[in-house]
Write a protein that binds this ligand. Sequence first.
Ligand code: ADP
Length: 378
Amino acid sequence: MALRVGVVGGGQLARMLIAPAVELGVELRVLAEEPGMAASLAATAVGDYRDAETVLAFARDVDVLTFDHEHVPQEVLRALLDAGVAVHPGPDALRFAQDKLLMRARLDELGMPQPEWAAVAEASQLQDFLDAHGGRAVVKTPRGGYDGKGVRVVSAAAEVEDWFTALAEDARGGELLVEELVDFTRELAQQVARRPSGDLRSYPVVETVQRDGVCAEVIAPAPHAAQRLVDVARGIGESIATGLGVTGMLAVELFETADERVLVNELAMRPHNSGHWSQDGAVTSQFEQHLRAVLDLPLGEPSPRAAWSVMINILGGPAEGGLDDRFAGAMAEHPGAKIHTYGKAPRPGRKVGHVTVAGTDLDDVAYEARAAAAHFDA
Ligand code: ADP
């Protein structure tokens, strides 16, 4: 009988697990938040992932449970383990992707290079950090942030007064994370797949470009990367995957600085936007690899199939309609571009698809990918 993988969350990451599941002969089931989501083709249930009963009922018929996002509460994850469900990544690893303060403290213990940071419970502590770091810093809510929401560059504690107020009103209390404002030359991402049995496979380090806190473009592998940088990034990724006991795909977002340091920004324990290029540019895509890893099957080769891949996200524009025409136009003019759509309503700023071009010359590949993606500009 086919192995069954359950995915909590019905977004585009779950959707992109569907094709490799079909190819591998794996049965994919999805617990979607609501009907009609990106992964609705495989959705077998709709329900609240914060409710233990709902998730337990969904997990009853699967061999392994995994995730499209990191928001399933620890209590629910523990209840699943207690019921004997195989959960990958497990709660002990996932908590470091759920809480940036826990992550910073644990990565210090593992000796990973990081921005200077502190946990601050009140404005005076934040002001002390600002005074000690040239008057500017980055403040983050430890939990629930994504695409730059929950991240503010500040030069005065008053700029996050609302966050301190929310903390004070939260019965659980809590602290904000403050980090030095890193003067990075570029952002990188390192992906590693790890099986429960411990076997690892690392993807080439890639360059990521963010606009307004959202990933806009990924170049794989990262251009102008000295062997030392490649080795350092890979070492960080593998140390974190092993040190935290991650199972499935891990993405480590990194900053590269002018003085050649590589610092960890944050972690994701699931397929990640920085790895979408691998669908069309690597021997084994991150989505296939995630399925293999969580099922504890032998991992696939992660090396590139082409010298260069460039992936560009397509964001929904102000126009509600017209997306289909734009897809058709991009396909007509750029037959070498791989166009991926998520079946989502195009709200402004929302990721609705991506374009990847792979080839031998970086300038040509980047030009083609950007020209194809430009069909979707507002
Ligand atoms: P999210 O969880 O919302 O993706 P991140 O922690 O990845 O938030 O931050 C979003 C973006 O903000 C990063 O990609 C980077 O461009 C910028 N950023 C985050 N932390 C720092 C920092 N310490 N110094 C400089 N820029 C930062």
